[in-house]
Ligand binder design. Structure first.
Ligand SMILES: Cc1ncc(COP(=O)(O)O)c(C=O)c1O
Length: 545
């Protein structure tokens, strides 16, 4: 009956990355689970890892046997990579994949018939459909002979044919490398989009197309980080791309806490203290990451919060990395872009904000586009020293160019059909429907959490996740301890085992000491997902209260 054996075996990475030795305060917010993942015993090779003095090792005989054959072993692989952890695709996701495989192979012993992945914001893996216009243009650009077909205009609307012709004219073949910074024509479109959004000019030369926001983050942090002395402020909770990338760069993540009691707000005074403490500890604080709207909390920054952060950056000279990939996933209030408010401050208070360095990220993965598999996105860099930009350009040029199909999709996201265009009515209908569905699903889950014993959740404002707190009964805490699992990890593993729902323990994102959360996406269709959570939670509380 049990889906996988409950013996807890260490998955290896039990130490903090070296950078945290430089900044031990991190342990308070990223307890073991962020940098480690003990998994319930599985057949997976990961389960064979064990721990000795904090280093992930296999049994020594195994190592000896392996090292005779392999130059690169788990002992010699880049230790910073080995220390990095990414909970979104971590233990829970691995276990879920195992269970999915068992279901596929006809295992009828499990108490559910399907796995539902609430662990990752992957809209088209659920039931979200691509935007028709986007895929029409992409098809034509991928296979230009379609444009010559006498039936082309019977299959494709005229504006998608025109757009494909324009793009092919600008790009040449989609199978050719583009400029490393991205296709110039697409950079112009992005600049226009930013101008329309912010009511301030944007310059195509400040824009770099990227393979999703993740590759922009990786390039930025590679450019910024020079070793453990380099500090980068990250929110707690945070999207673990940041902690993982900083670990790989052997830099020091400096946590700043979001305040759950006030809707996960960003307290500027607290951040000012964090900055001061970092300086006292001798950290060379280079940048601050802001995720707005926020993954995992679903909160959105107010104008005052954004301006407060920009002011701190101006006064303390650190770069802002504004992760704005959820800028169109807003359910309450308004999205305030860092670029717009920076330009406002520069206009209103001449001089003070002139040297603020800002990187703003956007992506085709989220919003109502949801094309995460296509790897499109961009970063806009303003206020950056020219010589640093040269280094950044050199870095991105080492990878030649982001996928050109992803660039095309980025062009379509920033330059969609407009009123009066043949494709506009369908485009509008599709984006409105996706937006409405995402919002409805967020509130369906939120309303369920409101009713659940021991659970509290902030009202969703944006993004595509909820991050409820669970106050676990003492008996459940003891059971977690007995199993050598973190309490939130225990709850999530139980949920997976009993229902097939995969969510991520809060420890994967960082959380205040003695608080426990989990993160779920709001993407699952229908009410089944919510029903299963409620039924599980009720049983769990009945059993452990
Ligand atoms: C806050 C945040 N930034 C960046 C990313 C990465 O997105 P992309 O698919 O564009 O690399 C994600 C993905 O979930 C995210 O939540």
């Amino acid at each position: 009956m049990m889906s996988f054996s409950r013996t807890s075996s260490s998955a290896g990475i039990l130490t903090f990355p070296p950078a945290t030795q430089f900044y031990p305060g991190l342990r308070d917010y990223f307890p073991v689970a962020l940098f480690s993942s003990s998994i319930r015993s599985m057949s997976s090779s990961m389960a064979a890892f064990s721990s000795s003095q904090g280093l992930p090792i296999r049994s020594s005989s195994h190592i000896a046997a392996r090292s005779r054959r392999k130059a690169i072993t788990i002992d010699t692989v880049n230790p910073y990579l080995r220390h990095a952890d990414y909970a979104v695709r971590g233990q829970l996701a691995i276990c879920a994949e195992e269970l999915r495989e068992r279901l596929k192979n006809g295992d009828t012993s499990l108490p559910f018939k399907e796995i539902i992945n609430g662990n990752i914001g992957n809209p088209q893996a659920m039931d979200q459909k691509p935007i028709t216009f986007f895929r029409q243009v992409l098809s034509l650009v991928q296979y230009p002979p379609l444009l010559e077909d006498e039936y082309a205009d019977k299959i494709f609307p005229r504006d998608s044919i025109e757009r494909a012709r324009t793009l092919l004219n600008e790009i040449g073949s989609i199978g050719a490398y583009s400029h490393s910074q991205g296709v110039p024509y697409i950079r112009k479109s992005i600049a226009k989009f930013i101008e329309e959004r912010d009511s301030f000019p944007a310059d195509p030369k400040d824009i770099y197309l990227t393979g999703g926001a993740s590759s922009a983050v990786s390039s930025l942090l590679t450019t910024i980080c020079g070793g453990p002395e380099t500090g980068v402020m990250i929110p707690v909770p945070q999207y673990p791309l940041y902690s993982a990338t900083l670990t790989i760069a052997n830099a020091t993540p400096i946590p700043y806490l979001l305040d759950e009691s006030t809707g996960w707000s960003t307290d500027i005074n607290h951040i000012a203290t964090v900055v001061k403490n970092a300086h006292v500890k001798g950290v060379d604080l280079k940048a601050m990451v802001v995720i707005n709207p926020c993954n995992p909390t679903g909160s959105c920054l107010s104008r005052e919060e954004v301006k407060g952060i920009i002011t701190l950056a101006a006064e303390n000279t650190f770069m802002i990395i504004a992760d704005e990939v959820y800028q169109t996933n807003i359910y309450e209030g308004e999205f305030h872009s860092f670029k717009k408010l920076l330009r406002e401050l520069q206009r209103d208070v001449p001089g003070k904000y002139d040297s603020v360095e800002l990187a703003s990220l956007h992506s085709t993965s989220k919003g109502v586009v949801g094309e995460c598999g296509q790897r499109g996105g961009y970063v806009e860099l303003v206020g950056i020293d020219e010589l640093v930009l040269e280094q950044f350009y050199k870095l991105v040029s080492i990878s030649l160019c982001p996928a050109v199909s992803g660039q095309v999709l980025t062009e379509l996201m920033v330059n969609p059909p407009r009123p009066g265009d043949e494709s506009y009515p369908l485009y509008k209908e599709e984006v409105d429907a996706v937006y409405k569905t995402l919002k409805e699903r967020a509130f369906l889950l939120f309303n369920a959490f409101k009713e659940m014993e021991g659970v509290s959740c902030q009202e969703p404002m944006g993004a595509m996740y909820l991050f409820p707190t669970i106050r676990l009964p003492l008996k459940a805490m003891k059971e977690a301890q007995r199993r050598n699992e973190k309490p939130d990890q225990f709850y999530c593993l139980e949920l997976l085992e009993k229902t097939g729902l995969c969510v991520v323990p809060g420890s994967g994102f960082g959380q205040k000491d003695s608080t426990f959360h989990f993160r779920t996406t709001c993407l699952a269709p229908g009410e089944e997902y919510v029903r299963r959570i409620i039924a599980f939670h009720t049983e769990f509380f009945k059993k452990y209260s």
